[in-house]
Design a protein around this ligand. Structure first.
Ligand SMILES: Cc1cc2nc3c(=O)[nH]c(=O)nc-3n(C[C@H](O)[C@H](O)[C@H](O)COP(=O)(O)O)c2cc1C
Ligand code: SF4
Ligand code: SF4
Length: 265
């Protein structure tokens, strides 16, 4: 059986949910293996032995997250001659969210044989503009995403390739000029913007343990950010005291619990 290796980044579970669902659908044709890029070991060997590689990530201002960009940069030398699927998740809009990483893969000589973007629940819990929903409220969104995944997976199983959503020049322009250009300009600043309200923090350490970027340190029984946040929103949504704010101006009133109710991201 051919091997499909999925490398994913997921801050709050949406991307992991889609990747797992897709892998389940693709398992009739492929031997699928899933790896979180923040903890994967021997990625070189895994890339070398793959027939097809799936890269999956959430969009941040029509940009792939920093860890996913770094992954492509680090392992791009091994991409020549390899076939790739790109999967991106978003709340509602990115223009060319999948293609923004796809182009980097192509520059390294990888061939993109399919790309899909999935609308998923919002995780920006400290932005009042975008409502947070959980449990039954997100069921319809997940059902729609699964239907889209079914179609995408069926194409891949049938022909070994699928459509490439968001790869047109129009999507490229829209993604760049409406979001990515401005997001990337302010990205450095945002990495240092995470705030912990010391009057709320009880020093439980959950944020530090869960952060994929090792950006939080427990000091004097309070969490302290180190300025290297990758904007994943995991800690903002996990903190039991709702003490953490990132892009917004106040801690979240409601947190996103993700599509896996009982599991940690
Ligand atoms: C910093 C940040 C920026 C985001 N920007 C966008 C965006 O430009 N467009 C969009 O539709 N969703 C945006 N989102 C929402 C996420 O992409 C979406 O909820 C995604 O499915 C989260 O995936 P995850 O749970 O795997 O981390 C943003 C989320 C974060 C944390
Ligand atoms: S999860 Fe919240 S309460 Fe716990 S250490 Fe982090 S900021 Fe403090
Ligand atoms: S500090 Fe929080 S938002 Fe930033 S990378 Fe770590 S867990 Fe994600």
């Amino acid at each position: 059986m051919d091997t499909l290796t999925c490398f994913y980044f997921s801050g709050t579970g949406n991307t992991r949910y889609i990747v797992r669902y897709l892998a389940d659908r693709l398992s009739e044709k492929y031997d699928c293996a899933l790896y979180d890029i923040c903890s994967v070991r021997n990625a070189e060997e895994k890339i070398a032995s793959s027939t097809l590689i799936l890269l999956a990530f959430p969009t941040y201002g029509s940009s792939p997250p920093i860890p996913m960009r770094n992954f492509v940069q680090k392992y791009g030398g091994l991409f020549r001659g390899k076939r790739f699927l790109i999967v991106e998740t978003q709340y509602f809009y990115s223009g060319d969210g999948a293609a923004s990483l796809g182009r980097a893969v192509q520059k390294h000589g990888g061939e993109i044989v399919g790309a899909e973007m999935f609308n998923m629940p919002n995780n920006l819990a400290d932005c009042k503009m975008f409502p947070i929903k959980n449990g039954e409220e997100i069921a319809p969104v997940l059902e729609r995403a699964k239907k889209r995944a079914d179609k995408f997976a069926a194409q891949i199983c049938r022909r070994g390739r699928a459509h490439k959503r968001g790869f047109s020049p129009l999507s490229h322009g829209v993604g760049y000029f409406t979001q990515r250009k401005y997001f990337r300009k302010g990205e450095k600043e945002k990495r240092r913007a995470l705030k912990v309200d010391a009057s709320r923090c009880v020093g439980c350490g959950l944020c530090a343990k869960s952060c994929p970027a090792e950006n939080l340190l427990l000091q004097n029984k309070r969490a302290k950010p180190l300025g290297k946040c990758v904007l994943c929103y995991r800690c903002v949504n996990l903190c039991p005291k709702q003490a953490i704010t990132l892009v917004g101006s106040a801690p979240p009133e409601k947190q996103y619990k993700g599509p896996f109710i009982d599991e940690k991201p």
